[in-house]
Design a binder for this molecule. Structure first.
Ligand SMILES: Cc1cc2nc3c(=O)[nH]c(=O)nc-3n(C[C@H](O)[C@H](O)[C@H](O)COP(=O)(O)OP(=O)(O)OC[C@H]3O[C@@H](n4cnc5c(N)ncnc54)[C@H](O)[C@@H]3O)c2cc1C
Length: 432
């Protein structure tokens, strides 16, 4: 019997593990997953719940430990230092080597830092990995106050985590409101108010200028407005970037991420890249070249498995969607709601007076075609919006049928009339 092809996957996150599971489902290939971070795959999005005491580390593992042996997926805990593409050889730490026939790079993200002096002081950190979480435990043992730089998804999680330990938090946000580079201004202001209602101090239009240390530890920071704020913890959450530093000097072409075509193939044959580390050379219309989110990482994992097993079809993530939580408000987004819409996109924003529910609907003003929706504190049905986006429904249809998309039909019994009249009133006026 010929020896089965050896597929090596670097990275045991959702992208790499999805690829491994699907390759096993449809083939008999030898599969090895290498990762430096943890023995087993865990749910990165749930890291915060371990710190907050809602879950134990074991609860983050979606599969029992026996799953891997049973499915003949070999796990190797090691860091890959170098890839030699000509000989198809990986160089690991401790002088180990491993050969591959096909290689999948699923190396995820690392936190982005600002390049300011003092970022190497203890007490200054990002939050991406298991090791970051462990460091946060250590850094907050005797923490009296914290500053977080950056108003994004990881920043708000960090704020909520620290809040559960009664650590006063100040967030420095460069924009006018929270996560305004992704959310329209009214949505961003709505979320800023919500975060503030939990006792987090938000400093909008404020940047980090200087980090002051004492005995190797962060002691205070200075802001762009000249204020000095004392802190024992400085959380840097200004975004993540693809984890590709170890590819320097290899034949594999990179830009901000690892460049791939629509078949997730790099410039080197038999090497693919998926998940947070991949950068699409020609992104699908309306999509970004790097999409560092859970579900696209999973979709790329499924797609590359098919491709490697001889069923080449193009990566097609369908309509954009995502969800997150800002303290106790759940956020969902479907389709395209631009932070700064151009002429071909108009927004209708509605907010409940209690400050816990809101939505923004985007549409094309010329054709009235529904483009997308952001909802806050209202749970929507993915499959309904996905269908409406694919069918290119018009705005009026969507508004009239919102009830179908809602998990809580009573919500619309109570608010439908108000949303409709607000829509009529707002759409008569020019948008601000
Ligand atoms: C705190 C936090 C909260 C998040 N919340 C959400 C959310 O609510 N919704 C959402 O959609 N997304 C969220 N994300 C993003 C989401 O978790 C990622 O998009 C997703 O996990 C990416 O998966 P991946 O498989 O590409 O990479 P990763 O999960 O990052 O896995 C990559 C693995 O490869 C390993 N590795 C890298 N280089 C090497 C090497 N040279 N040798 C060996 N191993 C290596 C890494 O150590 C890591 O274990 C969140 C991320 C964080 C950090």
């Amino acid at each position: 019997m010929p020896t089965p092809e050896h597929v090596v996957i670097i990275g045991n996150g959702v992208a790499g593990i999805t690829a491994a599971r699907h390759i096993r489902r449809i083939s008999d290939k030898k599969i090895t997953v290498i990762s430096a971070e943890s023995d087993y795959f865990f749910s990165r999005t749930a890291l915060m719940y371990v710190y907050m005491g809602h879950m134990k580390w074991e609860h983050l593992k979606p599969y029992e430990d026996w799953f891997w042996e049973e499915n003949r997926i070999e796990l190797k805990k090691a860091r890959v230092k170098k890839i030699e593409t000509a000989s198809k050889m990986l160089f690991l730490e401790a002088e180990e080597k491993m050969s591959y026939d096909k290689l999948i790079l699923a190396t995820g993200s690392v936190p982005r830092f600002l390049g300011i002096e003092g970022e190497d002081l203890s007490g200054v950190q990002g939050l991406v990995s298991k090791q970051d979480l462990e460091l946060l435990e250590e850094n907050t043992r005797k923490c009296r106050s914290a500053v977080i730089v950056g108003g994004g998804l990881i920043g708000v999680e960090l704020a909520e985590m620290l809040h559960t330990r009664n650590i006063p938090v100040t967030m420095l946000i460069r924009e006018k409101a929270f996560w305004q580079n992704a959310l329209p201004l009214k949505d961003a202001q709505f979320i800023s108010r919500h975060i503030e209602s939990h006792g987090i101090k938000l400093m909008h239009e404020t940047e980090l200028k200087k980090i002051n240390g004492q005995n190797g530890r962060v002691r205070s920071i200075e802001t762009s407005s000249g204020e000095e704020i004392e802190c024992d913890l400085l959380g840097i959450s200004v975004g993540v970037k693809p984890n590709i530093a170890f590819l320097e000097g290899s034949e594999i072409e990179t830009d901000r991420g690892i460049l791939v075509d629509e078949y997730l193939q790099t410039n080197v044959s038999d090497i693919y890249a998926i998940g947070d580390c991949a950068q699409h050379r020609e992104p699908i219309k309306g999509r970004k070249d790097i999409e560092a989110v859970w579900y696209t990482a999973r979709m790329m994992g499924e797609t590359v498995a098919q491709i490697i097993c001889g069923k080449p079809f193009k990566y097609n993530p369908g309509n954009w969607f995502n969800s997150a939580k800002f303290f106790d408000i759940e956020y969902q987004t479907y389709g395209n709601v631009s932070a700064n819409p151009e002429e071909d996109e108009q927004h209708f924003h509605w907010e409940h007076r209690d400050g816990t529910k809101a939505m923004t609907i985007a549409f094309d003003p010329a054709s009235s075609t529904f483009l997308g929706i952001n909802t806050y504190g209202i749970r929507m049905r993915h499959e309904v919006f996905d269908r409406w986006l694919t069918e290119k429904r018009d705005l009026e249809y969507v508004l009239r049928h919102l009830r179908q998309a809602n998990f809580d039909p009573e919500f619309y019994d109570r608010h439908e009339k108000e949303i409709f009249s607000s829509f009529k009133e707002n759409m008569m006026k020019p948008q601000t």
